[in-house]
Design a protein around this ligand. Structure first.
Ligand code: FES
Length: 113
């Protein structure tokens, strides 16, 4: 998939400030995060370590901590912070109070150890 694929996920108010929420897009679970500063980010909702639900992780300093074993991932790039792991990331933005992602983005490569 190479063309931009804009997906509307609904009101940003569904995502609590400082937390994440999982959405299903084309059969894939995507974790949406809303920082306390109001920024949004989107990554795969499946930790490459053992499929932990990243949307349920704690966020801070631009990272999410997996709720199962604590591996960390950058919310902008999906790159793992502690190990050679990464998840896909997607551009996310707000238009008129509605949340959107570009589902066509496929970077970085998924690495599973
Ligand atoms: S499943 Fe995420 S760190 Fe183990």
């Amino acid at each position: 998939m190479n063309k931009p694929f804009k997906v509307k996920l609904g009101s940003i108010e569904a995502v609590p400030m400082g937390q994440g929420l999982s959405f299903s897009v084309e059969g894939e679970e995507i974790a949406i995060f809303r920082s306390r500063a109001g920024e949004v980010s989107a990554i795969e909702n499946k930790c490459p370590h053992a499929n932990g639900p990243l949307a349920e992780g704690i966020i801070g300093e631009g990272k999410v901590v997996c709720p199962l074993h604590g591996h960390q991932f950058d919310l902008s790039t999906g790159k793992g912070c502690d190990r050679n792991e990464s998840v896909r990331s997607f551009p996310a933005w707000i238009e008129n109070g509605e949340l959107y992602i570009d589902y066509s983005t496929t970077s970085p490569e998924l690495v599973v150890l």
